[in-house]
Design a protein around this ligand. Structure first.
Ligand code: ZN
Length: 104
């Protein structure tokens, strides 16, 4: 295993190209996507991990700073790109995971 990164939401390990990279810039503590020098965190580019990262502030904890709402908005927009395959779960306001097929 070389240069594996871990998603802050689902803890999955993969190469860094697989993930979105977030960087807390020094010394401003601004959080920036994709580039920059500073403390980094990684997240899978999918709705489930983004939702967890946002709701539980996983990125904020990993980066030890607050993550602005606009950053999450831009990520949701990336996911909403029409060239992406359609998501099976359109309603992101649900707290349950969309992969659950059986009603409880
Ligand atoms: Zn993940």
């Amino acid at each position: 295993m070389k240069n594996q990164r871990r998603c802050v939401a689902c803890r999955q390990l993969a190469g860094k190209e697989t993930f979105w990279r977030f960087v807390r810039l020094y010394p401003s503590h601004q959080v920036q996507l994709d580039q920059g020098m500073g403390r980094s965190a990684y997240l899978c580019p999918n709705p489930d991990c983004l939702r967890v990262a946002q709701k539980k502030n996983r990125l904020g904890h990993a980066l030890r700073t607050s993550v602005p709402e606009e950053l999450y908005q831009s990520l949701w927009q990336r996911l909403a790109n029409p060239s992406e395959m359609t998501s099976p779960c359109g309603d992101v306001s649900e707290s349950t995971t969309c992969s659950r097929s059986q009603p409880l």
